[in-house]
Design a protein around this ligand. Sequence first.
Ligand SMILES: Nc1ncnc2c1ncn2[C@@H]1O[C@H](COP(=O)(O)OP(=O)(O)OP(=O)(O)O)[C@@H](O)[C@H]1O
Length: 354
Amino acid sequence: MSVTRDDVQAVLAGITDPATNGPLNASGAVKALTVDGGTVRFVLEIAASRAAEYAPVQAEAEKLIGALDGVEKVTVVMTAHSSPAAPPDLKSGRAAPSGPQKIPGIDRILAVASGKGGVGKSTVASNLACALAAMGRRVGLLDADVYGPSQPRMLGVSGRPASPDGKTILPLRNYGVTMMSIGLMTNEDQAVVWRGPMLMGALQQMMNQVQWGALDVLIVDLPPGTGDVQMTLAQKAQVDGAIIVSTPQDVALLDARKGIDMFQQLHVPIIGMIENMSTHICSECGHEEHVFGHGGVAKEAAKLGVPLLAEIPLHLSIRLAADGGAPIVVSDPESAQAKAFLDVAKHLIDAGSA
Ligand SMILES: Nc1ncnc2c1ncn2[C@@H]1O[C@H](COP(=O)(O)OP(=O)(O)OP(=O)(O)O)[C@@H](O)[C@H]1O
């Protein structure tokens, strides 16, 4: 029998949080809970001064969860929330938020996600951001793809973001899109090994300390899969919808399904799916070929009851534009390839999602 999040929550409900004297699952101290097969992980986010009081709580949680049927491994990491360490102006005077919060000045947050890597999620995110900006929306793009941040290259921006006051970070801007990337916080060739709590800190910093200004929509380019970044984003910020990008092959679809399931569990509405690399159009002769099959995403979307937003062709011009630092909706807005993205952007605006 495999263990579920509900099983774990039920155990946590029976443990007392020393800070609130209430159940641990309701106090907001448990973050980034993941149940992956027989492995259960979560973070206990506590005040540094209370670390000693929480040590028995950590031990009790590990013991009780470890005794559940189907649990093979339990990891409970304690981290201190950094309230005394110069919070940004935006948050001053407020208690640390627990549930998903609206970010001041940002009307909506849209996540662009994929189950599998390399399916074109970042390409879709950058083109949608530029398309929405071209249509007059105030757009931010947060590149949270810690494993392969690509938005600086795709939007043709480089250099380090400035922090004149040492507390807030000034984002970069191109093609009408305000952009910040976790990739700009590290050296270009540095392989970053992010651990859960570090990731959570970095993501929160991106959301709360970057001077996004007033935005109609913040698009978040997530890493592939269903990990800590996705969990943290949905638990900390109110995410208004997720767009799932997939190629038509079965392997990609299988992972896309997991992604959809995760967002549903996190109560994030699925706005729709996009089939990328749907069909290959030869840039020489215009001949159309279904390299990865075609229509798989449409079928999957119909099965899951989520809208299919677009079928984007596999076309050399899309890659050249992305690699060249000017997404196709900017470099060749009249092309059929750009139109596919522009149509999605228009649909999002019409639906009130962007
Ligand atoms: N429709 C397309 N036609 C041609 N090339 C594409 C298309 N979509 C994406 N690509 C290219 O495929 C490569 C991978 O795309 P991208 O980086 O957007 O994928 P990703 O899903 O974000 O990957 P990662 O998992 O690494 O974040 C890039 O070189 C991009 O230019």
